[in-house]
Design a protein around this ligand. Structure first.
Ligand SMILES: N[C@@H](CCC(=O)N[C@@H](CS)C(=O)NCC(=O)O)C(=O)O
Length: 208
């Protein structure tokens, strides 16, 4: 498999974790987001959205990190990252989408660049990113408030943890107030696992 990513891309980080959890060997193709390499014609032919990641499986080209993670889970079911129970699955997906659909897209590079182009000062742009991350993670903390498990939903990591850990990297980057002990405890537990630690941005060959 060939993963198109970038060390700082949190959506790529999700897929790196899923690949590692499932012990799937893969190669990397790096695209420097700050240099706009995601918009090169060769890459747009793979991913018309100009977003990272993209996974080339050998048979197909897959985009969208959550779709890729779910694909990996279906083809390589062990260990599962999506629970087998209908209700548990819905909860895991809701938590994951709270991050991947409602937090991350509105503090993405494209959006921040657009705000800058509209004349917002860097301090206001960072404040925007920080606020949407803090509001979103506060909601995520509430979503798991009824449980007391080592990971977001149970005794092993799921897609929810795969989304949470990279989002916390972004939270720190924008100086968010990390006041959620449970989320931080889950993050620490995840990072004790090789699959998460090896996927972290600073461990990637293109890290700066
Ligand atoms: N929903 C997409 C989001 C992908 C995404 O936004 N990727 C970011 C990096 S984390 C990106 O490529 N940004 C490029 C840009 O904003 O120009 C997914 O989960 O794959």
């Amino acid at each position: 498999m060939l993963l198109h990513g970038y060390f700082r891309s949190t959506a790529s980080y999700r897929v790196r974790i899923a690949l590692n959890l499932k012990s799937i060997a893969y190669s990397d193709a790096f695209h420097h987001l700050r240099r706009g390499e995601q918009n090169a014609p060769d890459y747009l032919a793979l991913n018309p959205q100009g977003l990272l990641p993209t996974l080339e499986t050998g048979d197909a080209v897959l985009t969208q990190s959550l779709a890729i993670c779910e694909y990996l889970d279906e083809v390589y079911p062990d260990p599962p990252i999506i629970p087998s129970g209908v209700m548990e699955r819905a909860h895991v997906r809701a938590f994951s989408q709270a991050i991947a659909c409602d937090i991350h897209p509105v503090q993405n590079l494209k959006i921040l660049d657009r705000l800058r182009a509209l004349g917002l000062a860097d301090a206001d742009i960072n404040s925007w990113a920080r606020t949407v991350i803090e509001d979103g993670l506060a909601a995520c903390d509430m979503l798991i408030a009824g449980t007391d498990t080592p990971f977001c939903f149970g005794d092993a990591p799921t897609l929810a943890d795969i989304c949470l850990v990279p989002q916390l990297v972004n939270a720190r980057r924008f100086g968010a107030d990390l006041k959620w002990d449970r989320l931080l405890a889950i993050e620490a537990r995840c990072l004790e696992l090789d699959a998460f630690a090896k996927a972290s941005p600073e461990q990637q060959p293109d890290a700066e």
